[in-house]
Design a protein around this ligand. Structure first.
Ligand SMILES: NC(=O)c1ccc[n+]([C@@H]2O[C@H](COP(=O)([O-])OP(=O)(O)OC[C@H]3O[C@@H](n4cnc5c(N)ncnc54)[C@H](OP(=O)(O)O)[C@@H]3O)[C@@H](O)[C@H]2O)c1
Length: 250
């Protein structure tokens, strides 16, 4: 699909990968960008700078009223980018794991699901368009220390696959984005080489243009995905061995 002339709504558009999406979709000649944000003040300056092509939408993913109002207002959307997300580090046996999991599922799964439900008729009305769901390579593999986040991103991965099946009926293309570590606030405590948010945005745009359903925007994601594709069980065993060695050494 071409980016030129698309009308794109991005959730979590005020910072991190979402902000990079806003900048790069504008550079790629999108006709209009809706910045979905919890606090409009965080994007006021950016919206003012690009006022001919940018509009702010108040959109907290935990608010059904915000999601409904956004779908009523932005009836011209052709590409929905479900990017907003949260990460709370921890292990499965932590005392707070249930509360943490509920918070992550609320924003990383139930929010995108509600958004998709409200916007599917909008996309259909505009000829089909596209849904772009940002999961994570951590939605495909277990990562020590990110126990509940991986589960919420796996739920997002399945939402993407389900949507691809069902929305084919209305000619909506569905793309999944599976980044490795990216240099944003979310990953500040992850001490590994990190991709730049701009590169995630550029690779996503390339994926949309070239029709890649699964977008692996950085080297870590591509290498992990390759191992996953070849032998998921062996990769799981390898990650478990690495984890046990790390814990013994600690
Ligand atoms: N960074 C990584 O290493 C990495 C790797 C793989 C996948 N991802 C995924 O990429 C996406 C973007 O992450 P990021 O790295 O850019 O994170 P980030 O810098 O922490 O940004 C998170 C964004 O989500 C928004 N958000 C949080 N709670 C929300 C809610 N209830 N309603 C609406 N928006 C909400 C935040 O808005 P506020 O400013 O209002 O909090 C912010 O715009 C996420 O889905 C994340 O899981 C990130």
């Amino acid at each position: 699909m071409e980016i030129k002339n698309q009308i794109i709504l991005i959730t979590g558009a005020n910072r991190g990968i979402g902000h990079a999406y806003a900048e790069e979709f504008l550079k790629a000649d999108a006709r209009k960008i809706y910045l979905g944000v919890r606090d409009p003040e965080t994007v006021r300056e950016f919206a003012e700078k690009h006022k001919d092509r940018v509009e702010i939408l108040r959109l907290d993913l935990t608010s059904p009223a915000d999601i409904r109002a956004a779908a009523e207002k932005a009836k011209d959307v052709t590409v929905l980018v479900s990017n907003a997300g949260v990460l709370e580090a921890g292990d499965l046996l932590d005392k707070q794991v249930i509360e943490r999991s509920r918070r992550e599922m609320e924003i990383n799964y139930f929010g995108p699901l509600a958004l998709l439900r409200e916007f599917a008729p909008v996309l259909r009305g505009n000829g089909g368009g596209a849904f772009v769901g940002v999961s994570s390579i951590a939605g495909l593999l277990p990562f020590p220390g990110l126990a509940s986040y991986t589960c919420s991103k796996a739920a997002m991965h399945f939402l993407i696959m389900q949507a691809r099946t069902e929305l084919a009926l209305q000619n909506t293309k569905v793309f999944g984005v599976y980044p490795g570590p990216v240099d944003t606030e979310m990953a500040r405590d992850i001490h590994m080489p990190k991709a730049a948010p701009r590169d995630v945005a550029l690779e996503t745009i390339r994926g949309l243009r070239e029709g890649h359903e699964d977008i692996l925007p950085d080297q870590y994601a591509r290498e992990s995905y390759e191992l996953f594709r070849k032998d998921p069980k062996e990769l799981e065993r390898k990650l478990r061995r690495d984890y046990l060695e790390m814990m013994k050494a600690a």
